[in-house]
Structure formats: C-alpha cells, structure tokens
Design a protein around this ligand. Sequence first.
Ligand code: DSN
Length: 430
Amino acid sequence: MSFDHICSTDPAIYSAIQAETRRQSEGMELIASENYQSAAVLEAQSSVFANKYSEWFPGRRYYGWQENTDTIEQLAIDRAKTLFHADHANVQALSGAAANLCVYAALLEPGDTILGMDLSHGGHLTHGAPVTFFSKVFNFIRYKTLPSGEIDFDEVRRLAHEHKPKMILAWFSAYPRELDYDQFVAIAHEVGAIAYADISHIGGLVAAGVLANPLDHGFHAMMTTTHKSLRGPRGALILSKGTVSNPLKKPDQTIENIPTIIDRAVFPGMQGGPHMQTIAAIAVALHEAATPEFKTYALQTITNASVMAEEFISRGYKLVTGWTDNHMVIIDFSDCDYDGKDAEVALDHIGISTSKSTIPDDPRPPFRPSGLRIGMPAMTTRGVDETWTRLIVDFIDRALAHQHDKNYLNQLKDEVVTFCKHYPVPSVSL
Ligand code: DSN
C-alpha cells in the first residue's frame, strides 16, 4: 500500500506508520486476539466508502443515493449468514464491546440478570466487570471453571435456577478449551433464558468449520469480532437464529423479531452512521474466509497451538486447563517468582508480543497477574508451521530463563528478527 500522500502532507504520522510497519515486520505477534489483514481487506478499508453516511439498513436508508453502500452491506450480510449458519446478520456494530452492549440493549431490560463467566476465569470486561457502565445497568452473576479447566455446569445450573437470568452467556476472552454448547442450551431452556455466545476469539475457526458453531447447537444469538481469527477489519457481526424456541416473555418480542430488535438496538438504539468502509472490508474478509485456503489456515492455527502447548508442557511449564483445543495457550506462573507482566516485558524486549492474563481465582492483582496468554492466529497467517512453532517456544523459554540478562535478551532479539524475515507480514513491504 502506498503512503505517498501522507509522506508529503503529514510527515509525523507517516513516520509513525513506517515505525509501526517495521515493528510488526521485525517482531513476532503472539497476542491471541491479533492477526494480519490481507491487502484486499486493507484496500477496502481505505476506499471511498469512508465518505458516505448510510444510517439504517440496505433498501431503507435515511440518506439518499445508496446503491453502492446497499450492495456492499447486503453482500456482507449474506456472506455472514452463510458462513455462520445464521438466519440474520447485523454487520454495523463498531466492534466487540459495542456489539455486546447492543445485544444486551436489544434483548434485555435494565435490571435483568445475565449469567456469565467470571473475569479471572476468562470472561471479558463486557461480561459484567464492575468497572463497566453496563454492570450498573444489569445484574451480572458469574460462573467459574472447575480445577480441571472445564466449565462447572453443576454451578451454572444451580446459579441459573437460583437467579433466573434472562440471558446465559458463553464464550470468553481467555479460555483455551472447546465448550459443551448443548449443556448451556439445556440450562437456558430450563430457566427460560436466552443462550448468547460471544465467540470473538474463535470467530474465524467457527467460520472455517474447524470448531463447533453455537448456533448449530440451539443458541439464540452470537457475536464475533471480525479482526481476530477471522482476519478482517476491526468490527463485529451479530448473528441470530429465527428457528429456535422463544425464551422472550414480552408479546412484542417474539423469536421471529429478535433480528429486528437487534437491528434497532444497533441503529438507532446505540450507534449512528455505520462505517461503510469497514463493512466493505468485512465483506472482503468473509469472502476470503469461505475459501479452502482459509480452512487450511484455521486447521493449522489449531495444530500450531496444540504443538505449542505440548512443547511448553515438555519444558515443565504449567498451562491453564492443562491443554488447548483452540488457538491459544495460557501459561500459569503462579508457582514462579515472576508474574505474567514480567514475562510480557521480557518478551517485548526480544520482539515477541504477548499479553499478560489472569488465571482462575488469581491471587495476584490484575496488572500483575499470574498468567501469560499466547495465540497462534497471527504467526500462522505468516506461514509458521509445527516445526517453527517449537522454535518460537524455545525463544520464549530462553527469554524467561534469562529475563534479567539484557545482553542475552539483545542477542535473542537479533535471532527473532532473523526468524521474522523468513515469515513476512502479508501485504507489508518495508
Ligand atoms: N481485547 C480482546 C482480547 O484481547 O481478548 C477482547 O476484546
């Protein structure tokens, strides 16, 4: 992509873009929620659709002359419905947190109860963290995982019958295992709750059909961000079914109009004009996600993560839940004299980007948690396979063992830069 114009009109921003390009190219991206967009996705995002207001939805807009915006949004909707087996797709939510809030606003009333995952066991901020505005609006109750790492379904059932939630929320930001969706749906039916899944992390893996799809198991609605394993622009899809039994109690909230309620909650309920350039890029990413090459990518991502888990375990590391079924592993440093933040800083030093993470019932505070979350979506996009995944673990292991030796870390950084030259970031040239 050319930056000739920014280069001459705004050298400060141009220089930051160049520096970030170099950082991404010479460094290794192991943040589980990050990925690299294709050149086609990036092109769509910088297209002239950025100039257009398109409030409301295809075929019915508040502003005139929408033939091209209608084309791209309808394509994004149709592609999302097909890939995720949904009866309805909203592609306008600005990102994951906004999309979750739109879904709550659509399907719940202030004061309603949501049963979601405890934050330290992997839940997201928008699943009820006390620091969020929506924790003041809704009554969040939290379930946890068992010491084995599996969801404690006895506890989910007990809490559901005790608190009668209007929504039961599955999926999380830091959880490396597959979920038993049937159990969630059974419990939701027992108490008349909506079954809702936030599959942001695994969206691409579900789209590729390599992990199970909650909508196929009776979930009423789900949301995925589009920029994680799905490899699109920063945005979100809200997907729902129109053919499952109706848990909604109000006469105007039949299951047939869950899609309408969701659309209205997004616009005009929570947002203004949609970002049409992002919607164009979402459509492109969904087109790419429907290809056999993307399925190969998704399978390789899971293979790489499991090889990574195996290699860490063989080197004596403890993993949260003991294994991974998806794209991420979470290392548990609770027995170590350093924490997840120390590990993150040491790895930053050698050009490997990761994110500290809480572990279940973490005894340490959130800014110095005991875990480190590592994901393989981005490096798999760059072409890394099983053999090179083992070398990545070796880099990490050596950095952690020598984290107080700056000379050693500097030498290791040179090795990381050399490694990264063999795996260029798609669509980037220095
Ligand atoms: N911030 C994302 C993550 O890293 O998991 C979730 O929104």
